[in-house]
Design a protein around this ligand. Structure first.
Ligand code: PLP
Ligand code: COI
Length: 343
C-alpha cells in the first residue's frame, strides 16, 4: 500500500477527501449488507425526517497507527453503545453494536492509505452518522434510515495542539436542557452551540464552557469536549450532569486518574470551583486532552497556565492516554481493538 501524499505533521482538523465511505440502509425492519461508495454526496428525499425534524445522530472515534505499525481503534464498543442510545432517544432505527464495529473496520480498511503514520500527532477520524431518510410531513419517525461512515485524516482539534487554550464561561445561551438531548450525540446540540462558540472566538477565546441550563450554577462541558479540573491535592474532578455527553475519553481518564492516584470524582461541580483548581483540561476524541490556560467568568478570570506549557497533571494524563492509543503503553483494560486487515 502506498500512503497518500499528505503533510501528516500539519493536518488541520477538517474534511479531506478519502477513497471510500460506507453506507447501509434500514428498510422493512432490517439493515442491508452495506456498500462502500466513492461518492461524497447522498441522494435524499426532500421530506426526509433528518432535514425537517432532526432525526440525526453521529459518533466520533479515531484509528491510529501504533508504534509497531498495527492499525487500531480505541474503545469502539463504547461508541457503538452511545450511538445506540442516541438512536433510541431520537426514535431512529438502532445500529446493532456488531454492525457498527464491522462497518468501522470495513471503511478503515478501505482507506488504509489515509491512516497517518505513527509519530506525527495525527490520526484517521471516523465519523459514523445515522439519519432518517424516509419522508414524513407530520411529526413522526421515518420508516427508512441511512447509517453511513466517512473517514478523514486529522490533526489536533484546537489549532494549538497540546498547548493550553483560553475558555470563557457561557451563562447566557444554553447548549442543552437537563431532560433534553444533551446526553446524546445529535446535530442539534451543535447548532445550539454555534452562536456562543462564534462569539467566544471573536472575543479571542478558543471555546466556551457551559453552565447547566437549569441553575446556571454548575459546570456542564465545553462545546466540543468534556471538562475536568484538578484540585490542589491532585484530585481529578469532572462534572456529572444530565445535559452533557458521556465522553469516552473522560471515562478513560477517570480510570487512568484512579491508577495514577488522583482519586477521581464525578459530581456536580459549582462554577466557583474553577477558582480552586490548579490545572484543568478539555477532553474528547477530537480534543484529546486540551489543557486550559485560563477561564473567564463574567468579570473574573482564573489562570492555570502562565506560559504555553501544559500543567503537570494534564501532561501526566495525556502521556498515559495517548501512550495506550499509540501502543507505547500496555493496554491492560482491553481498550484497543486491532483492525483486522480483511474485515
Ligand atoms: N462533549 C461533546 C459535546 C462532544 O461533542 C464530544 C465529542 O465527541 C465529547 C464531549 C467527547 O466525547 P468522546 O470522548 O467520547 O469523544
Ligand atoms: C469528537 O470529539 O469526536 C467530536 O465529535 C467533537 C466534534 C465537535 C468535533
Amino acid at each position: 500500500m502506498k500512503r497518500a501524499d499528505l503533510d501528516w505533521a500539519h493536518l488541520p482538523f477538517g474534511y479531506q477527501k478519502t477513497d471510500w465511505n460506507i453506507r447501509y440502509t434500514w428498510r422493512d425492519g432490517r439493515w442491508d449488507e452495506g456498500v462502500l461508495s466513492r461518492d461524497e454526496t447522498i441522494p435524499i428525499h426532500i421530506a426526509a425526517t433528518c432535514l425537517h425534524y432532526g432525526q440525526e445522530a453521529f459518533e466520533g472515534l479515531k484509528a491510529y497507527e501504533q508504534k509497531n505499525g498495527e492499525v487500531v481503534v480505541f474503545r469502539v464498543e463504547e461508541n457503538a453503545k452511545r450511538l445506540r442510545r442516541s438512536c433510541e432517544k431520537t426514535f431512529m432505527a438502532v445500529v446493532p453494536e456488531d454492525l457498527f464495529i464491522e462497518a468501522v473496520f470495513r471503511v478503515v480498511n478501505a482507506n488504509r492509505r489515509f491512516i497517518p503514520p505513527y509519530g506525527h500527532g495525527a490520526s484517521l477520524y471516523i465519523r459514523p452518522l445515522v439519519i432518517g431518510t424516509g419522508p414524513q410531513v407530520g411529526v413522526k419517525p421515518a420508516t427508512e434510515y441511512t447509517f453511513l461512515i466517512l473517514v478523514t485524516p486529522v490533526g489536533p482539534y484546537f489549532k494549538t495542539g497540546f498547548k493550553p487554550v483560553h475558555l470563557v464561561v457561557e451563562d447566557e445561551y444554553d447548549r442543552a436542557a437537563p431532560h433534553g438531548l444533551g446526553d446524546v450525540k445529535v446535530g442539534g446540540n451543535y447548532a445550539a452551540g454555534l452562536r456562543a462558540s462564534l462569539r467566544a472566538k471573536q472575543a479571542g477565546f478558543a471555546e466556551v464552557l457551559y453552565v447547566d441550563a437549569l441553575h446556571k450554577h454548575y459546570i456542564d462541558e465545553s462545546g466540543p469536549a468534556n471538562f475536568f479540573g484538578i484540585t490542589p491535592d491532585g484530585r481529578y474532578v469532572t462534572p456529572q450532569s444530565p445535559s452533557i455527553l458521556p465522553s469516552i475519553t473522560n471515562m478513560s481518564l477517570v480510570a487512568i486518574a484512579e491508577e495514577l492516584g488522583m482519586r477521581p470524582e464525578r459530581r456536580p461541580v459549582a462554577i466557583e470551583e474553577i477558582f480552586h483548581f490548579v490545572d484543568a483540561g478539555c477532553c474528547g476524541t477530537a480534543a484529546v486532552i486540551t489543557p486550559v490556560a485560563s477561564i473567564t467568568w463574567r468579570d473574573r478570570k482564573v489562570v492555570y497556565a502562565k506560559s504555553d506549557e501544559p500543567g503537570e497533571y494534564c501532561r501526566k494524563l495525556y502521556r498515559k492516554l495517548t501512550g495506550i492509543q499509540l501502543g507505547e503503553e500496555e493496554d491492560r483494560r482491553g481498550w484497543i481493538r486491532k483492525v483486522p486487515p480483511e474485515a
